[in-house]
Design a protein around this ligand. Structure first.
Ligand SMILES: *Cc1c(COP(=O)(O)O)cnc(C)c1O
Length: 391
């Protein structure tokens, strides 16, 4: 049966793809070794430098974010290398599992999935590592499973205070182009990004930004790697090309996405996400429900994870909302499966998309008989009204 109107894809990635980007992708495939391609390659690579806020190298892979996770590790580390990873939620856990499978030796700094990375713990662990056996510190910037943001600047400071040479690697797959991120200024060595979240693209591209220190480390790694090898990319990239067939049409989309982000201005994009996060949390509080992130200042503007009242199934509630209101909400992952649902408010998103989303949540809570107070959508509306400015 046909359902009228657009499906509301309010999961925290993939995010809704704007028509402008769909139209940019819908173009003939071109010769990726022909003379006209160099301009496409250069625009994409230079544009991503602007997004990452780096003067250093950016690599683009035709892969999901998981591929760029792997690329970050195998390009810079050797089998058996120790690293520390902060447990912020499901995605940090997956990255750790991937590191183990690749033969690295990660130590997981435990967390309760309700805040960003604990930089004091990182500093203490690095201070204890007097022989400098730890080769990297890995942190997830925006933990998409919990809606908590890690303070990357503080993590950098922790490494510096401990006077430790470890590389800093950050996954900002779901933070990039939604939450302020400064690869160079914050002294990050490898940043991992993906296409299907803040960049408003379909899934299929992922990125590494690499510092000079990371590039130097990549010359000495003993990890087996070929497809992900930065070294193979450098020569062709400098001329606007890639060593193998790039995802040509996704690059057209990426160039359009960068254009759109330039038109809006990154600072405006970041402010928009912060404000929508505030309004979403105002709604959750008014419903009498609890936001999963409980450390003030770590709350994400990309998504809001909401704890279900005891004895109520988040998945049942999400199924009800999908059935009645044609809206997909994010599920709880692993440890918090069925206990939380996630409201995505990232990417191509405005006040009225947020209001429609929160109205759908409030109606869904009612339909699924989840105990709550009414007035959440109203509270969000008040916040949006009071903070609306013409820019
Ligand atoms: C989405 C996401 C990933 C995984 O990316 P895939 O494209 O699914 O491989 C990793 N980390 C974070 C923080 C994410 O949000």
């Amino acid at each position: 049966m046909r359902t009228a109107g657009r499906h509301f894809l309010q999961i925290p990635g993939p995010s809704p793809v704007p028509d402008r980007i769909m139209r940019a992708i819908d173009m003939p495939v071109m010769d990726h070794r022909g003379p006209d391609f160099a301009d496409v390659g250069r625009q994409a690579l230079d544009g991503m430098k602007w997004i990452f806020k780096t003067e250093n190298r950016v690599f683009i892979f035709p892969a999901s974010g998981t591929g760029a996770w792997e690329a970050a590790l195998v390009n810079t580390l050797s089998p058996g290398d120790k690293l520390i990873m902060s447990e912020t939620g499901h995605f940090s856990t997956l990255w750790k599992s991937l590191a183990i499978k690749l033969g690295f030796d990660p130590e997981f700094l435990e967390g309760d999935w309700r805040s960003g990375a604990d930089s004091e713990k990182i500093e203490a662990r690095l201070r204890a590592d007097t022989n400098h056996e730890i080769k990297a510190v890995c942190v997830v910037h925006n933990e998409t499973s919990t809606g908590s943001v890690s303070r990357i600047k503080e993590v950098r400071k922790a490494i510096d205070e401990a006077n430790h040479p470890a590389l800093l690697m950050v996954d900002t797959i779901s933070g990039l182009a939604s939450i302020d991120y400064q690869h160079d200024e914050w002294g990050v060595d490898v940043t991992v990004g993906g296409s299907q979240k803040g960049l408003m693209l379909p899934p299929g591209l992922s990125f590494n930004a690499a510092s000079e220190k990371a590039m130097a480390a990549s010359k000495n790694t003993k990890s087996l790697h070929s497809y992900w090898n930065w070294g193979e990319m450098v020569g062709p990239n400098d001329k606007g090309y890639f060593p193998y067939t790039p995802a040509t049409n996704m690059l057209y989309g990426l160039i359009e996405a960068i254009k759109m982000l330039r038109e809006e201005g990154l600072d405006n994009v970041f402010a928009r996400h912060i404000r929508h996060g505030e309004a979403a949390r105002a709604a959750v509080r008014a419903w009498g429900l609890e936001v999963l992130c409980n450390r003030q200042g770590d709350e994400s503007g990309v998504l809001t994870a909401v704890l279900m009242p005891e004895g109520h199934s988040a998945d049942n509630f999400r199924a009800t909302t999908l059935k009645h209101f044609n809206m997909s909400l994010g599920n709880g992952l692993s440890k918090v499966a069925d206990k939380v649902f996630r409201i995505g408010h990232l990417g191509d998103f405005n006040d009225l998309t947020l209001m429609a989303t929160l109205s759908g949540v409030e109606m869904g809570l009612g339909k699924a008989n989840v105990p709550h107070n009414s007035g959440g959508a109203q509270a969000a509306m008040e916040h949006l009204k009071q903070t609306a400015t013409l820019s």
